[in-house]
Design a protein around this ligand. Sequence first.
Ligand SMILES: [Zn+2]
Length: 251
Amino acid sequence: MRLIIIYLIGTLSFLNWGSTGHRALAEVASFYLTENAKKKINEILDGETIVTASTYADDIKSDSRYDEYYNWHFINMELDEDYEDTVPSEKGDVFIAINKCLDILESDSVTDSEKSFYLKLLIHFIGDLHQPMHIGRYEDRGGNRVYVKWFGRNSNLHRVWDSEMINGYNMSYSELAKNLPTPEKLEIEFERDDVIGWVNEIHSYTRNIYKDVSSGDNLGYEYQYKNFPTVKDLILKGGLRLAALLNYLFD
Ligand SMILES: [Zn+2]
């Protein structure tokens, strides 16, 4: 029974930044929203919080009616490329997705249910963008095919960054959000052009992560110790950026 549960947990975490990461990032954003933005978001989401909304885009993955959004969770890029050098996928990617959500949320001619749907996606994709293995190489599916051991158990590099380190830290999303470093600066302003800079910046983390790990490595305490501070920094960074973006849209 225990093995089955472990297997199921492993399967469910495929291609998701684990729910704790998404929720902690949204919780950070909620600390920095203006009163106006809070009120408007509350109306659009009909009382649902941005924390629970943050995992919606992963929740609908198992429903084939939403297959067209599958590629919106990641970008495949070679390690020496910037986003401007790539040929964007026709099926979309997380950069295209964020811009599409922004277009819709800035438009006056969308229904309430469309607004709610794309706001939930946007909250999620800012999270995915700040997990560097969501901007990985195509040939190994963003590290999903870089097979490693995590404390002796079968895992992969994508999953280590999605959920293994965060789960290993063993804090709830709200504890994690409260125990991040103090921000050096608050990102208050947001401009549409910022998003491409975020992609290229996070991709520089991706490069280092690949450099550090080879297939078959057994990762554990030392890897967690060296890399978890980066996970925390990225959750903080993503949370501040999400707040700036939501304040830009709704303040
Ligand atoms: Zn996702």
